[in-house]
Design a protein around this ligand. Structure first.
Ligand code: GTP
Ligand code: MG
Length: 136
């Protein structure tokens, strides 16, 4: 069955929202496969965010992701990739729909990067690639 990589970013962990976020994913019906809390490294993030290298928000994004621990999880279920991204909401938390993780828990804090609580893989190829990066 399909799998996706979910990250609870440093803002979500620091605000003690990890349990609430994981509970929403489980409540929708997806199954937890792997779970860990880790400090990312610059090398790991360079691989994870390779598609964004060179963009104006890349360096602030990496600095943000290095600012504290993250929770990495693998969830599985039919269509979990699009299902999780629907639960997460759109990238900008200010306008993400209420009812989504980003829409309910996130806002613009006036910083250089959008602190939007979660990451989810956006395709089967990226899920496979990202799971290898975060889980050995
Ligand atoms: P992820 O699940 O984290 O990959 O989010 P996404 O797929 O909704 O967004 P994307 O992959 O395009 O960008 C990765 C991350 O970079 C986002 O989650 C934001 O934290 C940040 N980001 C993306 N676009 C912008 C932008 O235009 N400005 C700023 N400041 N940050 C951005
Ligand atoms: Mg993305």
């Amino acid at each position: 069955t399909e799998r996706t990589l979910v990250l609870i970013k440093p803002d979500g962990v620091a605000r003690n929202l990890s349990g609430a976020i994981l509970a929403r994913i489980e409540a929708k019906g997806y199954s937890l496969v792997e779970l860990k809390k880790i400090e990312a490294t610059r090398e790991l993030l360079e691989q994870h965010y390779e598609e964004h290298v060179g963009k104006p928000f890349y360096e602030p994004l990496v600095e943000f992701m290095l600012s504290g621990p993250v929770v990495a999880a693998i969830f599985e279920g039919h269509r979990v990739i699009e299902g999780f991204r629907s639960l997460a909401g759109t990238t900008d938390p200010t306008t993400a729909a209420p009812g989504t993780i980003r829409g309910d828990f996130g806002r613009d804090w006036g910083l250089k990067v959008q602190q939007n609580l979660v990451h989810g893989s956006d395709s089967t190829d990226s899920a496979e690639r990202e799971i290898k990066i975060w889980f050995q």
